[in-house]
Design a protein around this ligand. Structure first.
Ligand SMILES: [Zn+2]
Length: 85
């Protein structure tokens, strides 16, 4: 009995919290205005419902582009180390 009740409560509050998050992001999005992707030469708009810390568009925010950025940074560092030597 108690398990069923707590499950229903989680379901109810979960939905409420998601709604609150959407409204919060909508409001913050209007305050910030439209943001665009930080990736060079992209300029695609970041979804208005995206988290405030998101700096890249859907195409560059995850996966291959993210890995490429990290690898690029490592390469630059290696070159710098070699120049110093
Ligand atoms: Zn992008």
């Amino acid at each position: 009995m108690s398990l069923r009740r707590s499950g229903a409560r989680v379901e109810l509050f979960g939905r409420d919290l998601e709604d609150a998050a959407v409204y919060y992001r909508l409001r913050k999005g209007r305050e910030r205005g439209v943001r665009v992707c930080t990736e060079a030469h992209c300029g695609r708009p970041i979804p208005p419902l995206a988290n405030g810390r998101q700096r890249y568009c859907d195409a560059h925010g995850s996966g291959a582009a993210r890995v490429r950025r990290h690898r690029h940074g490592a390469t630059v560092l290696n070159r710098f180390v070699r120049v110093v030597e």
